[in-house]
Write a protein that binds this ligand. Structure first.
Ligand code: DGJ
Length: 709
């Protein structure tokens, strides 16, 4: 078994191996590491013999460095540079004097030092056991003294990735907006630079820091796919460059254009991880490999089932009080919920979105004895107690803002833009971070909080005013774009460490901050404020490209749906939400006895398939005529759950049999709903008859158990 990371000094070649792929790079004569290979496993002698990537035309006009592992601005390089710097004397761009590779604790580190100036970049690579994901990041250090002056950084990407020469290139990426997150687009990659970005200070609803590249022929279960994801919860940029001579590279990292950061002597900037994955098993194979990586290497608490939660937001909005919340909690407990989450409206003068944010003490008129009596009553019902917070934000009409008007992101000479009547607190200021941590820590402790829903309902504006040297966090104003995000991560990490039972749900006006970095310190993400089940099928399809179902919060809410006005049956709403971490979010006081009874049955059905949905392997399935399905298989292949949905009937035609390619053709499976046993070969090759009821919004849950060996 070859080592996961190796360096071959005679050839200047480093090789990383995962179970189903390998990655190789060569140190170039000019000191820049160049990409050699990323694809199916190859023997080392083949990799060592590979020629260095060269421009196809020998011309003084051609870019010779398209395959840099991290692009710089010097030499015949004309693509997007991942490292852009300016030194104290005005010189732009690094020029390396050779790399020193070392392998440390399973990591490959290539240290590059500038020929003239006090700058070192370490390109870092890590392979995690049992996944095909390669993690990459960069550490940039000012190696000089005060005498050398600062180094100004205008771009510091985590890594650049290179695709092999393909007949064509197609990019899969996620687009959206509030109420319409995670919509998958697959577009032919233009011969151009394509920029995916968020300039919002948050990961963003509009684009996700993930992409998948193929030659245009990959399908759900076949074909080579190269896919990357950036672990960052603030602004980011990924630039994909398909050049006119057929090469494709992409460079990505935090920040967006126009920001500068000052690197001080002795200081190191460490970028977020930009993870990459190769698979030969199509888009489904890529997603399953990402899901396994997220479960084993990213999530802080990968084991155990996530609870069925009830959240009061869609039922009560801001009109919360002790009695009303307890009434909902009792009904939720009756349905089988295991966690009750009190959402917005419980604090300060928060009777609408116009006031109170920042004042994290319970509203005296709604909770006269504080929150503890509600928490105790909820615990008494056998449910865990969850609480909504939005710690990074403040309403100008709040005691916090009146006391600390300077704590918000602002520029003294510019008007601050209020969005949803709120401003963003500057978490890059140590005293603001300390206040936020203290406030949350006390809330959790005093109220026996088991679950925090951490929301953020607006992007940054007017971030980075004039430098105010000497003031904490203000000497390098653009640093707020990075430092704020690190402070959010740090607070979450500290809360988890100090309260080991605490779980956190990531939220930013729905799915505005969902990424590998936030999921490293949270347990699930609120996918979208749009809970319409038809729209959710699309949203969930996109979400599942990178992230596993256990992280995807999915509520059943009232019908007609508040976002779309669409009326759908309870069963259909449940069957769609059961494909993720099931929650309930409707006004249960208005549900009929029949609806409550049906909902309780469906919650119980979810609990029976929950281990499959939350820990199993996911296969996305489609039949013709608008029926889609998702199949979750236990790792040992003994149990399977299939959820199939047909929002609209077409000509009254029955759905085609649903083929289940993940089943073992040599085995037999019993349908626990009908009691019928089917041969695996039949389900695999011919398909399962879904027997969907006639009409729109038809759905079915099938739970299969293997009956033999
Ligand atoms: C946005 C969230 O996505 C909603 O679920 C809810 O918590 C509201 N904020 C509360 O203001």
């Amino acid at each position: 078994m070859p080592a996961p990371v190796s360096y071959h000094p005679d050839h200047g070649v480093a090789v990383l191996r995962t179970p189903n792929s390998c990655y190789a790079l060569r140190l170039g004569a000019d000191g820049s590491p160049r990409h050699l290979y990323w694809g199916r496993p190859l023997p080392v002698d083949g990799l060592l013999a590979l020629p260095a990537p060269r421009s196809p035309a020998a011309s003084s006009f051609e870019d010779e460095a398209a395959a840099d592992e991290l692009g710089i601005q010097t030499g015949a390089r004309f693509g997007p540079a991942g490292l852009q710097v300016r030194f104290a004397d005005g010189t732009a761009g690094a020029q390396w004097q050779g790399a020193e590779p070392r392998i440390e604790g399973g990591e490959l580190r290539l240290r590059l030092t500038d020929r003239r100036f006090p700058l070192a970049a370490e390109l870092c690579y890590r392979v995690r056991p049992d996944t095909d994901v390669i993690e990459r990041w960069t550490e940039l250090t000012h190696t000089g003294t005060a005498h050398d002056g600062p180094v100004t950084v205008t771009r510091l990407d985590s890594a650049a990735w290179t695709a092999p020469r393909l007949a064509d290139y197609r990019i899969g990426h996620l687009v959206g907006g509030w109420n319409s997150e995670f919509r998958l687009h697959r577009d032919r990659l233009p011969v151009a630079e394509t920029v995916l970005t968020s300039r919002r200070g948050l990961t963003g609803h509009h684009a996700a820091p993930w992409l998948a590249l193929d030659d245009g022929t990959a399908t759900e279960e076949h074909g080579e796919v190269r896919s990357t994801a950036l672990a960052w919860s603030g602004s980011w940029r990924i630039t994909v460059h398909r050049d006119p001579v057929g090469r494709t590279t992409w460079t990505g990292g935090y920040g967006h254009e126009g920001l500068t950061w000052t690197l001080r002597p002795g200081e190191t900037l460490r970028t977020p991880v930009f993870a990459g994955l190769f698979t030969a098993d199509g888009f489904g194979g890529a997603s399953r490999a990402w899901h396994a990586y997220v479960r084993t290497a990213v999530l802080p608490q990968p084991l155990g089932d996530l609870p069925v939660l009830y959240n009061s937001w869609e039922a009560t909005g801001f009109a919360v009080d002790h009695a009303g919340q307890l009434r909902l909690a009792r009904l939720a407990a009756r349905l089988g919920a295991e966690l009750f989450v009190l959402d917005d409206g419980w604090f300060g003068e928060r009777r609408s979105d116009r006031a109170g944010l920042g004042d994290w003490t319970p509203r005296a008129d709604a909770f006269p004895d504080g929150l503890r009596p509600l928490a105790d009553a909820v615990h008494g019902l056998g449910l865990r107690f969850g609480l909504w917070v939005e710690p990074e934000m403040v309403n100008p009409d709040s005691d916090l803002h009146r006391a600390h008007p300077d704590w918000v992101l602002h520029s003294p000479t510019r008007d601050a833009t209020a969005l949803r009547h709120q401003l963003v607190l500057d978490f890059s200021r140590p005293e603001v971070e300390a206040w936020a941590h203290r406030t949350l820590d006390r809330l959790v402790r005093d109220n026996a909080v088991d679950w925090l829903k951490w929301d953020a309902n607006r992007p940054f504006t007017e971030a980075g005013g004039p430098a105010r040297p000497g003031e904490p966090g203000q000497s390098d104003p653009d640093r707020v774009w990075i430092d704020h995000v690190h402070a959010v991560h740090r607070i979450m990490d500290r809360l988890r460490a100090d309260h080991p039972g605490l779980r956190i749900e990531a939220c930013a006006g729905g799915g505005g901050r969902v990424d590998l970095a936030v999921l490293a310190r949270t347990d699930q993400a609120w996918t979208s404020d749009n809970t319409d089940p038809v729209d959710r099928i699309t949203v969930q399809h996109g979400y599942s490209q990178l992230l596993p179902a256990r992280t995807m919060a999915a509520w059943v809410t009232d019908s007609p749906n508040p976002a779309t006005g669409r009326t759908t049956p309870l069963r259909f709403r449940f069957h769609v939400a059961m494909a993720g971490a099931l929650g309930l979010g409707g006004d249960l006081t208005r549900w009929s006895e029949e609806e409550l009874a049906e909902a309780a049955d469906l919650v119980a059905a979810y609990k029976r398939i929950r281990p499959l949905v939350q820990h199993g392997d996911q296969y996305r399935l489609t039949t013709e005529a608008g029926t889609t399905a998702v199949h979750y298989a236990a790792a040992d292949g003994t149990e399977h759950a299939v959820l199939a949905w047909r929002p609209t009937t077409h000509f009254g035609h029955p759905a085609a049999p649903l083929r289940l390619p993940a089943l073992d053709p040599g085995a037999h499976y019993r349908d626990l709903g009908t009691g019928r046993t089917h041969s695996g070969a039949l389900l695999h090759h011919r398909g399962l008859d879904l027997d969907l009821p006639p009409g729109d919004y038809a759905s079915r849950l099938v739970h299969l158990r293997r009956t033999d060996g």
